[in-house]
Design a protein around this ligand. Structure first.
Ligand SMILES: Cc1cc2nc3c(=O)[nH]c(=O)nc-3n(C[C@H](O)[C@H](O)[C@H](O)COP(=O)(O)O)c2cc1C
Ligand code: SF4
Ligand code: SF4
Length: 252
């Protein structure tokens, strides 16, 4: 089993690692293959090319759609999906409808066989919009629930009956009408809407090294964003000065 994933703020990385660990225990198989982030593009492409067994493809949901960085990874490597067996794991704050389905349709077009899908509710990564920030206690409950669901899904995979969330016609309709139809443009291109508060920035350079898109630079004490933000919220959630925002106005 090979893991290929994108994770902005850590939810998806946590889930794919746990899924593969649980699967390994349930199926009594080891060692398993690599678990690679797509921002390490050469390693991820190699892992995809070399994968003989099941690939777990994992990503967070943005507006009931794929993060642009994940769509680009799938499309850039389109010749490598033929004949691959893929199980799709998505994390989300609340709802996606067909979160797994959006990648499934693309992968099938490129010749992959989609074994199943899993939707996991995790704490929302949008930390500059107050209504989406929950208490630590609520987040603990969310994590515990997701952990239980992951365990069950890994067991089902080991038994040869993988879950199929987000892949059916009704899910497709829910994702389309619930969000994608209205917000499709949000993930179509990389964003140039990142805002940096120069007064709050302490010029530590952390955001520059964290960004999976290499979208930020620090020159003579000024941080500049270059318009290729995949909206992952990694820099926003880890900036020590709370100087970066995207959808909201203040980091909570
Ligand atoms: C730009 C953006 C859009 C999002 N859209 C959705 C959404 O449509 N539905 C949802 O349930 N969660 C949505 N979320 C929440 C994330 O999918 C969720 O927090 C995810 O677990 C983050 O994973 P990560 O920590 O691996 O980046 C969105 C988050 C971001 C940053
Ligand atoms: S992480 Fe925040 S404080 Fe550090 S350089 Fe970037 S914007 Fe400035
Ligand atoms: S600029 Fe920040 S939010 Fe945008 S892709 Fe880079 S780390 Fe993610």
């Amino acid at each position: 089993m090979t893991g290929i994933y994108f994770s902005g703020t850590g939810n998806t990385r946590h889930c794919i690692e746990k899924f593969i660990q649980e699967y390994s225990a349930a199926a009594a198989v080891k060692p398993l293959g690599p678990i690679v982030a797509i921002e390490e593009s050469a390693s991820a492409a190699k892992a995809l090319r070399d994968a003989q067994d099941v690939i777990i493809l994992a990503y967070p949901i943005y507006y009931s759609n794929l993060p642009k960085i994940m769509r680009d990874f799938i499309v850039t490597n389109k010749d490598m999906w033929k004949g691959k067996k893929v199980y799709i794991l998505c994390t989300m704050g609340l709802f996606s409808g067909d979160g797994a389905g959006v990648a499934a349709r693309l992968l099938k077009k490129y010749g992959a066989s989609v074994l199943g899908g899993l939707h996991l509710i995790m704490p929302d990564s949008i930390c500059d919009v107050k209504v989406l920030k929950f208490s630590p206690e609520r987040n603990r409950q969310i994590l515990a629930k997701a952990g239980g669901k992951l365990e069950k899904a890994a067991r089902r995979m080991a038994e040869g009956a993988p879950t199929r969330e987000g892949l059916g016609f009704l899910s497709h309709l829910a994702g389309l009408l619930g969000q994608r139809l209205w917000f499709y443009h949000k993930t179509l291109r990389y964003s140039s809407r990142l805002k940096i508060n120069a007064e709050a920035c302490i010029h530590c350079g952390r955001c520059v090294s964290l960004c999976p898109m290499h979208n930020l630079s620090l020159d003579e004490g000024t941080i500049t964003a270059h318009g290729s933000c995949t909206m992952c919220y990694r820099c926003i959630s880890q900036c020590p000065g709370k100087a970066i925002t995207l959808l909201g106005k203040k980091v909570h």
